[in-house]
Each structure stands twice: as structure tokens, then as C-alpha cells.
Ligand binder design. Structure first.
Ligand code: IPM
Ligand code: MN
Length: 359
């Protein structure tokens, strides 16, 4: 029996109920597969942990993540949890993404059946792209390093050759692997989102992108300015297969993408480096609905699916996604236009478990 060591971080707000739903689904998958086991180690970290301990994560938890096969994390954040510099104390991105050099933030944006969306006449399958967000540099390199005086404040955007090269290569490999191609024409396509009409750093990124693109003749490569990209992701999302972009642009555009597929509750993500990864929803801790049986746990459940895929359990990852699709198709639960689920996370988990059983 193959055992995978998994660190589980429930996080704040709706985090614990979401992670619990993901565990319900993962447990059923293990039971049905019968040939592997996920050994969970639960660790507290985030804003609540910061309020109690003055740090947002312990050295023991960091060590556990370092040694684990993967980590599944819930959203974090509480009001008032601010550092002296005004930024949020509970945020774990700095310590995990930069700390472990998890340079690729993989954010699938996929429209599932029967989900209410603000766009008209979009069948499932017409929105199915992956946003590859550079995760360790760009404007976020300035995290904790900005300069602020009474009269002015500055954060610097930095792109390195190494950082651009590896994220571009990652995106092209993803386009090679990803089935299907762009919904519009089935083609493999990587789109670099940049702002080289104004900023030199993005011309630098663009040139490196063009160099890497030459290594992948089977994949179409194109550039789009970030302002045009935000319009295109609403007006012709079917054009895109894989997008690659700077950290801050990727942060913003992935939420825009989420809004086109039923809200951020539909959005999982993977933070991947060489030999280490953690998985989480792209959204926050939604304190206003925490404990009220309203949260949509699909972001967390789909993140668990991405983790299975990363661990090499491709078959189980596909089964999980299929169960989600079928549960939605049969309207076993509804997602409101505000992105809420009646009956909440446990109801969604129960429906997905039943679909897995049936398969
Ligand atoms: C995300 C989140 C984080 C980010 C926050 C919580 C710091 O919005 O993962 O997109 O900005 O990267
Ligand atoms: Mn974000």
C-alpha cells in the first residue's frame, strides 16, 4: 500500500469546513482505489494562529511541509490581523511560495455544467484555460520590502531572466500536456499577458517568452497587453488554452476568470516548485458566511484533485473531476448567482461521494 504524507492546513473562516469537505471526498477516493493511503497531519497556521502565537506559521509546520509529499491548505485571513506595516499578518504566500521557491501558481479556469454565470450563451467546455501565474517575483518580490515615507510609497516590480524562463517553460509544457486545446479551435496556445507598450520589464519578459516559444514549435505563442486581456477573458474566453503572466497581473486576472465560471468558489490552484507543492482555493476566508452552511467547497475539492494529479494518481484525479461534473449536471446541489450553496460544504461533499460510489 503506497502511503503519501499530506500536511493539512485548515486556515481561517470557511477554511475548516472546506477542508473537511475535501477530506470526505479524498477518503472516499482512497476507499474505492484501495491501493494508496493519504496520511494526513493537521497543522494550524494563518491569521488565527498569528493572533495566538505572534507568528502565522510555526517552524515545525514548515519542516512538516518540507518533508511532506504535498500540502492541502484552506484560505486564511481575519479582519484586524495586520502587521505594523499595514499588510495582512495571516497571509502565508510569502513564507510558502517564496520560502519554498514554488514558482508556478497554476490556476485552472473551467466552466462546469449548470453553473450560473454572468456571461450569456456559454456552454460548459467553452471556458477551459489555465492561468499560470509567476509566483515568486514580479511586483510581489517587493512584499515586506517597499519603501514608505510621509509623502510617498514605492514597491518595485522585478523580473529576472531565470524567473521568466522557468515560468514560460512551465506554461509551454502545460500547454503540451493539457487536453483539450483552446475551446475555440482545439489549438495548443500559450498567451503571454504583459504591458510592454509602457514598461521595459515586460519587454524583457516578452523577449524571453519568444525565445522559450521556439523550443515548442507545436504550440502557438502570442502576446496580449493586460488591459486587452481583461476584456478578452470576458468577451472571448474560448480563445485561450494557457496564459502566463507576472505575479500581480495573475492575481487580478485569475479572480476575473473566476467570476466568469460561477465565482471564486469554483477556483482551485496549485503552487508548484521543483519537488514540492501545495494546493489551495484562490479565494479568501469569507468570514461573513463561515459556519453558516453556505460555502461552496468545490475550490477546495478541486484543489484536492489537483493534488492527486500531482502525486501521480491521475486516474483518481479524473474520477474526482468527473464526480464533480456529474453532481452539477444532475443538480444535486445548486450554486446561487452569489456563489453560495444551500446546505453548504458538507452537502456538496456528500453528493460527490455518492457520485464516486456510483462510478
Ligand atoms: C491569492 C491571494 C493572495 C495573493 C493573498 C491572500 C495574499 O489573493 O492567492 O490570489 O495575493 O496572492
Ligand atoms: Mn488573489
Amino acid at each position: 500500500m503506497k502511503t503519501y504524507n499530506i500536511v493539512m492546513i485548515p486556515g481561517d473562516g470557511i477554511g475548516p469546513e472546506l477542508l473537511d469537505a475535501a477530506v470526505q471526498v479524498l477518503d472516499k477516493i482512497q476507499e474505492l482505489a484501495g491501493d494508496f493511503r493519504l496520511a494526513y497531519a493537521f497543522h494550524e497556521a494563518g491569521a488565527g494562529y498569528y493572533q495566538k502565537n505572534g507568528v502565522n506559521i510555526s517552524p515545525e509546520t514548515l519542516e512538516a511541509i518540507r518533508k511532506a509529499d504535498a500540502t492541502l491548505k484552506g484560505p486564511v485571513g481575519l479582519p484586524g490581523g495586520r502587521l505594523p506595516d499595514g499588510t495582512e499578518a495571516g497571509v502565508l504566500g510569502g513564507v510558502l511560495r517564496s520560502g519554498f521557491d514554488l514558482y508556478a501558481n497554476v490556476r485552472p479556469v473551467k466552466l462546469f455544467p449548470k453553473v450560473a454565470i454572468p456571461l450569456k450563451d456559454r456552454p460548459p467546455g467553452s471556458i477551459d484555460y489555465i492561468m499560470v501565474r509567476e509566483n515568486t517575483e514580479g511586483l510581489y518580490l517587493s512584499r515586506g520590502r517597499g519603501i514608505i515615507t510621509e509623502q510617498a510609497a514605492s514597491d518595485t516590480l522585478l523580473l529576472t531572466r531565470k524567473g521568466c524562463e522557468r515560468i514560460c517553460r512551465f506554461a509551454f509544457k502545460m500547454a503540451m500536456e493539457k487536453v483539450p486545446g483552446a475551446p475555440e479551435d482545439g489549438r495548443k496556445r500559450v498567451t503571454l499577458v504583459e504591458k510592454s507598450n509602457v514598461l521595459r520589464s515586460f519587454y524583457f519578459f516578452r523577449q524571453i517568452f519568444a525565445g522559450v516559444a521556439r523550443e515548442f514549435p507545436g504550440v502557438e505563442a502570442e502576446n496580449i497587453y493586460v488591459d486587452a486581456a481583461s476584456a478578452a477573458l470576458v468577451m472571448r474566453p474560448e480563445h485561450f488554452q494557457v496564459l502566463v503572466t507576472e505575479n500581480m497581473f495573475g492575481d487580478i486576472l485569475s479572480d476575473l476568470g473566476g467570476a466568469t465560471i460561477g465565482g471564486l468558489g469554483m477556483c482551485p490552484s496549485a503552487n508548484v516548485g521543483d519537488g514540492r507543492a501545495y494546493f489551495e482555493p484562490i479565494h479568501g476566508s469569507a468570514l461573513d458566511i463561515a459556519g453558516k452552511n453556505k460555502a461552496n467547497p468545490l475550490s477546495q475539492i478541486l484543489a484536492a484533485g489537483m493534488m492527486l494529479d500531482y502525486l501521480g494518481r491521475k486516474k483518481e484525479a479524473l474520477l474526482l473531476e468527473k464526480a464533480v461534473r456529474q453532481a452539477l449536471e444532475k443538480e444535486r446541489f445548486g450554486i446561487s448567482s452569489a456563489g453560495l450553496v444551500e446546505g453548504g460544504a458538507s452537502r456538496v461533499a456528500a453528493a460527490i461521494r455518492e457520485e464516486l460510489e456510483r462510478d
